[in-house]
Design a protein around this ligand. Structure first.
Ligand SMILES: [Zn+2]
Length: 103
């Protein structure tokens, strides 16, 4: 059997740091900055206008991979993109992004 696996290892943030970033994200949700993003209603990834009710907060670099809860790393994503991001591998996610952005 010829199985070729490309494993990608990411530096895992420690639990304490992850917790801190999650708390920061929660407090950012209360900020006007975030409310404005929701009010705009656009998904950062696919660019679709889905309305504030269908947007979720997403970390471009996930917290588990060492991403921070900063304005530069937090975007509004539609539910479709958000769930895709969860189940796709980082490589597949990259390909998905390339595909939707070239449309
Ligand atoms: Zn989207």
């Amino acid at each position: 059997m010829n199985c070729k696996h490309d494993f990608i290892f990411f530096e895992k943030a420690d639990e304490k740091a992850q917790k801190k970033e999650k708390e920061k994200a929660r407090s950012l949700k209360k900020k006007q900055w975030w409310k404005n993003k929701l009010a705009e209603g656009y998904c950062y990834y696919c660019g679709k206008h889905v309305g504030s009710d269908n947007l979720t907060m997403d970390h471009v670099v996930p917290i588990v991979r060492g991403g921070k809860s900063t304005k530069g790393n937090i975007v509004a994503a539609c539910k479709e993109c958000n769930s895709k991001k969860k189940y796709l591998t980082p490589v597949e996610w990259d390909e998905y992004l390339k595909r939707i952005m070239s449309n």
